[in-house]
Design a protein around this ligand. Structure first.
Ligand code: NAD
Ligand code: IPM
Ligand code: MN
Length: 354
């Protein structure tokens, strides 16, 4: 049976890395008879600001699909009246309106990449999954914050029982299914918050604890977000699955990316039970857009997560393995100290598909 995939090309390096992913996916489509059909949309901050698309129009379209492959979006020059970035309304609307409540962001040291952390050189010596609550938290205020007479601005954090329950459950399920920590092989979920200071986080922690009672086979733990920032640098090998609030997850995922080679290799899935949106953690990188040098690894591994979500397990593994084999053989883009461009690297990945 054929499956239509919504492809949002995004801004800046978006069309470049999305193009690489489609090329790799087309190769798999033939080899594995996947029956995937890619429906491309030139959608991003630019197209929204120029009135080619409305946010509502994109969301309505998105509801027709089970999987969305999303390029990075955003243009720091395009601002809303209140000063926030215009193009981001769409990203947040996709996550919130489609209720993609879990933003799953693996942090994994891939072969050929040298971590800036001196004790970590072996591939997979850093290998954990950060799960960012994606439907509430401080970000819920994006659509409802307020500013008063150019004197006061307020954003509220929203934490609900339903929100914490479902993302915690997802974290425990992922821990159950996935690999244990590189440190001791144990499966554990760490809940990261600031329950020492804010009641909304104390609530987050309480609900997480309630859910953990259903998962006796997975260790449950807590860490405050500030301590977590240090732990991710000193002991990333001891981590397995981490679950946290939306804003903390945003910040910590970029920190995690930095420990494994940077944003060029940071991939993700925005999930609920019905559908998924797969995108790199990085943005549109205006500083390197149009140069053909963006690292497509984040986009390619996001595409692999999409294949997995669509139960195309063999093809998902084939894509991931091809990226890993290419990198093991020294194929790297400039951000990782190599010399290949986006297309040259993708050629190597396709060659390695076996
Ligand atoms: P960014 O991630 O675009 O870039 C940060 C740095 O990382 C830049 O130096 C960039 O060159 C580098 N980088 C990022 N991706 C890379 C890749 N694939 N290969 C090599 N180098 C890469 O972050 P920013 O500059 O803060 O934001 C730029 C725009 O992207 C903004 O409009 C921002 O709001 C938006 N943004 C969008 C998303 C998304 O679509 N999910 C995520 C983050 C930022
Ligand atoms: C990310 C980005 C987004 C976020 C922005 C661009 C809306 O930084 O995907 O991490 O803050 O979630
Ligand atoms: Mn971010």
């Amino acid at each position: 049976m054929s499956e239509r995939i919504m492809v949002l090309e995004g801004d800046g390096i978006g069309p470049e890395v999305v193009g690489c992913a489609i090329r790799a996916l087309e190769a798999l489509n033939d080899a594995y008879g996947l029956g995937l059909e890619f429906v491309k949309y030139d959608v991003g901050a630019r197209s929204i600001s120029q009135g080619e698309w409305t946010v509502e129009g994109v969301i309505e379209e998105a509801r027709k699909f089970r999987a969305i492959l999303k390029g990075p979006m955003g243009d720091p020059g395009i601002r809303n009246r209140q000063g926030t970035e215009g193009g981001l309304d769409l990203i947040l609307a996709l996550r919130f309106s489609l209720d993609l409540y879990a933003n799953v962001r693996p942090v994994r040291l891939l072969p050929g990449v040298s971590s800036p952390l001196r004790n970590f050189s072996r591939p997979d010596s850093i290998d954990y999954t950060l799960i960012r609550e994606n439907s509430e938290g401080l970000y819920a205020s994006h659509f409802g914050g307020m500013e008063l007479r150019d004197e006061v601005a307020v954003d509220n954090q929203i934490i609900t029982r339903k929100g914490v329950e479902r993302v915690s459950r997802m974290a425990f399920e992922i821990a159950r299914r996935g690999r244990g920590s590189p440190w001791d092989g144990r499966k554990r979920v760490l809940c990261v918050e600031k329950s020492n200071v804010l009641r909304s986080f104390a609530f987050f922690r309480r609900v997480f604890d309630e859910v953990s009672a259903d998962y006796g086979d997975v260790e449950a733990g807590h860490m405050y977000a500030d301590a977590m920032a240090q732990y991710m640098v000193l002991h990333p090998d001891r981590l397995n699955v981490v679950v946290t609030e939306n804003m903390f997850g945003d910040i910590l995922s970029d920190l995690g990316a930095a420990t494994v080679g940077g944003l060029g290799v940071a991939y993700s899935a925005n999930l609920n039970e019905r559908m998924g949106m797969f995108e790199p953690v990085h943005g549109s990188a205006p500083d390197i857009a149009g140069k053909g040098i963006a690292n497509p690894v984040a986009m390619l591994l996001s595409a692999s997560m999409m294949l997995d979500f669509l139960s195309k397990r063999d093809a998902a593994v084939a894509l991931e393995s091809a990226v890993i084999r290419a990198m093991s053989s020294g194929a790297l883009t400039q951000d990782l100290g190599g010399h290949l461009g986006s297309e040259g690297f993708t050629d190597k990945v396709i060659e390695n598909m076996g």
